[in-house]
Ligand binder design. Structure first.
Ligand code: SAM
Length: 271
């Protein structure tokens, strides 16, 4: 019987199956199991937990998640990887399910059959829409441990006042605690992307704002950061300007980049 330990190194698996990265699928692989095990630890503890992984590709992160004791449901869009992933599933003792599909379209509640975590080295072209789906959709992950381009990771976790602080950070942090937990240089991937990457850990809040509050937050942040150098009295004029700021207890002379997440939530509730 094949076991995880007896699987060939990832590079060999790729070569055996004649697989090369396809740019249109955002494929940049992690072939060093020391790195993927570290990501699994950052997502942990995972023993007995359900994990949805987007884009297993050659399965390096998948192996680490199964080794950590998780039950993994891996969604892959590129069908070329299915035979290789099938071999991994055989070695995974019934704890790995491979689903061919587009992660933007899958129903996570149905896939997971209950609560679960998301762990992924995300394809860059769909990373942000997937994050928004998991933050605001009907299935709330217990945690998310996600690899993004470093610049996107920094925007998700940026505090007020930082250069990277903007709409993505405000909406993410209104719904989850967010922290950059690991930096990875481009050379850690095969093939290397043009830019560095980073892993963000997001832990959704137990009592998040309601859907209408988040919709209002999106309107306020779009207006405020659309003109980030202007004072709120001017950038929020179409939403109520000075009166809205006063109702929310926010200085109308402040600029968007200095208003904390909590301040934006007050503005959204005042709308
Ligand atoms: N997890 C692997 C690793 O770390 O080596 C591969 C990561 S690679 C950055 C992104 C993976 O996501 C690729 O395998 C790609 O085929 C897959 N992918 C791209 N778009 C997808 C989508 N919309 N749904 C599911 N998988 C997708």
């Amino acid at each position: 019987m094949t076991t995880l330990d007896s699987l060939p190194p990832l590079r060999e698996s790729l070569a055996d199956h004649g697989l090369l990265a396809n740019k249109s699928f955002g494929q940049h692989f992690l072939l060093d199991l020391n790195v993927t095990r570290k990501i699994a630890r950052l997502a942990g503890p995972l023993e007995g937990e359900t994990v949805i992984e987007v884009g297993p590709g050659p399965g390096g992160l998948t192996r680490a998640l199964v080794e950590a004791g998780a039950r993994v449901i891996a969604v892959e869009k590129d069908s070329r990887f299915l035979p290789l992933l099938g071999e991994l599933a055989q070695a995974a003792d019934g704890r790995l399910t491979i689903v061919e599909g587009d992660a933007l379209k899958v129903d996570e509640a149905q896939l997971a059959g209950g609560p679960g975590h998301v762990v992924s080295n995300l394809p860059y072209n769909v990373g942000t829409p997937l994050l928004i789906k998991w933050l605001t959709g009907p299935w709330k992950p217990k945690s998310m441990t996600l690899m993004f381009q470093k610049e996107v990771a920094d925007r998700i976790a940026a505090p007020a006042g930082a250069g990277a602080y903007g709409r993505l950070g405000v909406v993410s942090q209104a719904l989850a605690r967010a922290k950059v937990v690991m930096d990875l240089p481009a050379r850690a991937f095969t093939p290397p992307p043009k830019v560095a990457s980073a892993v963000v850990r997001l832990d959704p809040l137990e009592t998040p704002p309601s859907a209408p509050e988040i919709a209002a937050l999106e309107r306020v942040t779009a207006a405020a950061f659309g003109q980030r150098r202007k004072m709120l009295r001017s950038s929020l004029r179409s939403l109520g300007g000075v009166a809205l700021c006063e109702k929310a207890g926010i200085d109308p002379n402040a600029r968007a980049e200095t208003v904390p997440v909590d301040g934006f939530l007050r503005l959204a509730r005042a709308l």
